[in-house]
Write a protein that binds this ligand. Structure first.
Ligand code: CA
Length: 384
């Protein structure tokens, strides 16, 4: 395609100037017009050039303007078509974009609403947060206390572990002792059996000791002139005394004039008297003259009837208030004047003396017994 070459020359407007310029137009192509250099020349007539004919300016100027208008119209049409095409193409895209913007705007509005709601909730929860902060402080304080307690517990656990180790070592020793327990138990059983035997022997020895002590007491009394009969000692005097004097003598020997409370004792006494007169501890008291035993034994009047000599007591001269053994018979009692001087029989019950601590008995056992025992001490007195 070959572009048209146009020349614009404006001589009237540049009248008076010393130079004229002509703008060139290159060939138009798809890439546009190619600029051409401007050619200028002076308006002064060169003396070398021939004389120029007068210019024909009117028809070329109209043609140029028509071309210019046509080009402008074409350009406007192109612009119009392009705008229509662009509008047809871009409008749906633009509407879709607007729709997207609206959607995004709604989403943003919803998020803003959510943020507002969250803000109000945050405001409402601010008080709760403060309370929660206070509670957190309380919890922290509690945690501090718990930590201190945990430290104390750890210390206690360490101490307990140390004690546990000590106990473990002690327990091993206990195990050793436990292993020895059966043997110790057998030894203990043997010791218990031996202890029982020893206790039996000790009881037998105590009985023997008591018998020996009793025999020793009896021998001591017998050696001093006393006779032993069924738990009582009896002393038959060698001199005569009145009834009261005889009682005083017996009292001085820790005894009384004898009482008679059984047939066997009656028989023992009259056999001891051998037919001689011996005061016994029977006397009368009170205005009625009731008989009584001077050692406070109970006087059995019924039983005693068979001990009197038949016809006695007769209270001769109303002066016989004391009793004596007169006959060597079961019926041997007679009442007589208390002022009479007769032999007399003292009686004292046997009470075991305190056992002597010196066991087994040594050579001076008797002497120690006599010195250490109240009972034995009384044996030092010998009836006269
Ligand atoms: Ca008489």
């Amino acid at each position: 395609m070959v572009s048209s070459l146009s020349t614009r020359t404006d001589f009237g407007e540049r009248a008076g100037r010393e130079h004229l310029c002509q703008e060139g137009y290159g060939a138009e192509s798809a890439q546009g017009s190619v600029p051409k250099p401007t050619v200028c020349w002076s308006n002064k007539r060169s003396p070398l050039l021939p004389a120029e004919p007068p210019p024909k300016t009117r028809p070329s100027l109209v043609l140029g303007r028509l071309l210019t208008v046509r080009a402008a119209v074409i350009f406007l049409m192109l612009v119009l078509v392009a705008s229509v095409l662009l509008q047809a193409i871009l409008y749906p895209w633009f509407m879709g974009t607007v729709s997207d913007v609206k959607t995004n705007a709604q989403l943003l509005k919803g998020r803003v609403d959510n943020i507002s709601t969250l803000s109000s909730e945050i405001k409402r929860n601010r008080g709760g947060v403060a309370a929660a902060g206070f509670q957190v402080q309380m919890v922290n304080a509690s945690l501090d206390r718990v930590r201190s307690q945990i430290r104390r517990l750890e210390t206690s656990v360490k101490e307990a572990n140390a004690r546990l180790q000590m106990l473990t070592s002690s327990w091993e020793e206990v195990d050793k002792f436990n292993a020895q327990i059966p043997e110790l138990k057998r030894d203990l059983d043997k010791a218990s059996a031996l202890n029982a035997k020893v206790r039996g022997l000790q009881g037998g020895l105590e009985n023997i000791s008591q018998l020996l002590q009793q025999q020793n007491d009896i021998l001591q009394m017998v050696s001093q002139g006393w006779k032993y009969f069924r738990g009582n000692f009896y002393y038959s005097s060698q001199v005569t005394r009145t009834w009261y004097s005889a009682q005083q003598f017996c009292l001085s020997r820790d005894s009384h004039l004898t009482s008679v409370t059984s047939e066997s004792e009656q028989e023992f006494l009259y056999r001891t008297a051998g037919g001689l007169l011996y005061w016994i501890g029977l006397s009368k008291a009170g205005s009625e003259g009731y008989w009584y035993w001077v050692d406070d034994s109970l006087f059995n009047k019924v039983q005693s009837v068979k001990f009197w000599i038949p016809g006695e007591p007769n209270n001769t001269g109303n002066n016989e208030h004391c009793a004596d053994i007169k006959m060597s018979s079961s019926q041997s009692w007679n009442d007589a004047s208390c002022d009479n001087e007769f032999l007399f029989i003292c009686e004292r019950p046997y009470t075991p003396s305190e056992p002597c601590q010196d066991w087994p008995p040594s050579s001076n056992f008797k002497l120690q017994c006599l010195l250490n025992s109240r009972k034995c001490g009384s044996l030092l007195h010998t009836p006269g």
